[in-house]
Write a protein that binds this ligand. Structure first.
Ligand SMILES: [Fe+2]
Length: 250
């Protein structure tokens, strides 16, 4: 696990914390990720999606009342397109692996590996929340990385979103603690421009959560791994320059 922490160039982090101070989230200047076959995607999704199970209690549970911190508690359905089996045993959540889904979307998966700024990708998971997601931090692997990456590093792709308005939101942790009520007017929602479906947020200075309406489907691609700090910095700079009106500030 120690080696995993070394995948991140931590010496650069204080500089980047200062450089991107006040930025909660932004869309990334990457071409839209498009499925190889939407028909095959939906067929496999509908046949194979399963509840996402908790394997370990990590920082995501910080602030929850202790009686609600349980491995039985889950809030997503999903499937995994890729898992790094070497480290899967230490992941907080386990998602049903679907080789059929990976095989049905080869270019989609390849473009994730080719275009996203990671040194090593741990998992590519498709998650659909089945309830309101309260504000929380995501945990890092290993937990010794928690608190270190205080700039936008958490990357998601919006695979499908039928909601009439944005649901994914952030709030500064200086004002709102995890698993407490965040009033709607304080939620800073991430908006995506039409030419990208990827975004990134600061998972240390902000908590994140999601509104939920069972009438509307949404699937996010959760890419977990260890970011390539140099490639990420270049991409953040390009993205801020391209989408100034979409940068979420706090
Ligand atoms: Fe999260």
């Amino acid at each position: 696990m120690k080696n995993l922490a070394n995948l991140i160039k931590l010496s650069e982090c204080p500089r980047l914390t200062e450089k991107y101070k006040g930025i909660a989230a932004l869309p990334l200047d990457l071409p839209r990720f498009e499925l190889d076959s939407a028909d095959n995607f939906w067929r496999i999704w509908n046949e194979e999606k399963a509840r996402v199970d908790r394997q370990h209690i990590d920082r995501g549970a910080v602030g929850k009342s202790p009686d609600k911190v349980s491995k039985e508690y889950t809030q997503w359905d999903g499937i995994a397109m890729y898992e790094d089996k070497e480290v899967l045993g230490s992941a907080a959540w386990v998602t049903k692996d679907s080789p059929a889904m990976a095989e049905s979307q080869p270019a989609y998966l390849k473009s994730i590996f080719d275009n996203l700024p990671f040194v090593r990708i741990r998992s590519v998971r498709l998650w659909s929340s089945n309830c309101v997601i309260p504000g929380h931090y995501d945990g890092n692997m290993p937990a010794s990385l928690d608190g270190k990456l205080r700039f936008p590093t958490e990357i998601r792709i919006m695979l499908d979103d039928q909601n009439p308005k944005e649901t994914f939101w952030l709030a500064p942790v200086s004002q709102y603690k995890p698993h407490t009520t965040v009033p709607d007017e304080a939620k800073m929602h991430v908006r995506l421009p039409p030419d990208t479906n990827t975004f990134v947020w600061n998972n240390e200075d902000c908590i994140h959560g999601a509104d939920y309406d069972p009438a509307y489907k949404k699937i996010l691609v959760v890419i977990k791994g260890w970011v390539d700090i140099d490639r990420l910095e270049t991409l953040l700079d390009k993205s801020i320059a391209k989408y100034p009106d979409y940068v979420v500030k706090f």
